[in-house]
Design a protein around this ligand. Structure first.
Ligand code: CP
Length: 305
């Protein structure tokens, strides 16, 4: 696999074969494949400059299951509060013998920038940077779709609904869906929350959510970042829920066996109703479970051997 021993910064340039190899390995881990000692003696630090629940804890769980020593950097109690830069922070922890860094950052492309300052043996994994990419979320979403719908993505109709413009999850998902051969991907958002043409390459933009969801196999909804209302990009949360919320009535327009996904954290009653989030079509907790398996595959590929 060409990804072996490399940083994971983005899905934008990942070959289909590499993507499928990571998904296959993650599938084995999700079925309980032996992982003991794969990263024995290797130290991994979760270096998060932005809050997280799912990504940080599932990387910690993944690293523990592979036998790594896990260090957790807490920005709020760190010397970054005294003005230490992210580069100095990273290099100081690297000097302690840490080989793997799982990094979340507020700034676009921050993990690629940080990859320029580390030693060749040190590997960085992007755990979400700015609006750029969230590659392990993209991988776990693809694994979840594959488990539910099989591995021929060219047969699937997929709707992605919500704030795509500011979503690193949507960017990684769209890269992965293209690489895996998906051809019917509909994106639906208020015009103010649609991204640039390159992000939308190969997708159909559908303004009406009912039309976007009609006949789909998979509905992926995204968190509405509430600050978008203050910025005037969304008129009100009530309007947003009415026009773009995924509700039971809307899900009746999709295929009867359609599934619903959300990367979390959810705004219940805004982009998704309680009945859908907790209903039989929801794969939201399956996504979380798959996050551990995918992150095991990524850590192993980057750091083992
Ligand atoms: N999906 C996701 O990245 O969630 P967290 O922000 O909780 O890590």
């Amino acid at each position: 696999m060409t990804m072996a021993g490399k940083h994971l910064l983005t899905l934008a340039d990942m070959a289909r074969g590499d993507l499928e190899a990571l998904l296959n390995r993650a599938q084995h881990f999700s079925e309980g494949a032996d992982s003991r000692g794969r990263l024995s003696g290797i130290a991994v630090c979760t270096l998060f400059f932005e809050p997280s629940t799912r990504t940080r804890l599932s990387f910690q769980r993944a690293a523990q299951r592979l036998g790594a020593d896990v260090l957790n950097f807490d920005a709020a109690t760190s010397s970054t509060t005294k003005g230490e830069t992210d580069v100095d922070t990273l290099r100081n922890i690297e000097a302690m013998g840490v080989r793997g860094f799982v990094i979340r950052h507020r700034e676009d492309c921050a993990v690629a920038r940080l990859s320029d300052v580390v030693q060749p043996a040190t590997k960085l994994i992007n755990a979400g940077d700015g609006r750029s990419q969230h590659p392990t979320q993209g991988l776990l979403d693809m694994l979840t779709i594959r488990q539910a719908k099989g591995d021929d993505f060219s047969k699937l109709k997929i709707a992605i609904v919500g704030d795509i413009k500011h979503s690193r999850v949507a960017r990684s998902d769209l890269c992965a869906l293209r690489a895996l051969g998906a051809t019917d991907v509909r994106v639906c958002a208020p015009e103010s929350l649609l991204p640039d043409a390159e992000t939308l390459r190969g997708c159909t933009v559908e303004a009406n959510v009912d039309k976007a969801v009609a006949g789909t196999d998979v509905v992926m909804t995204l968190r509405l970042q509430r600050e978008r209302m203050q910025e005037g990009l969304v008129s009100s949360l009530e309007d947003y829920h009415r026009d773009y919320g995924i509700t039971l009535d809307r899900m009746k327009l999709a295929r009867p066996d359609a599934v619903v996904m959300h990367p979390g954290p959810m705004n219940r009653g805004i982009e998704i109703s309680d009945e859908v989030a907790d209903g039989p079509q929801s794969l939201i907790l399956r996504q979380v479970a798959n996050g551990v398996a995918v992150r095991m595959a990524v850590l192993e590929t980057a750091l083992a051997g």
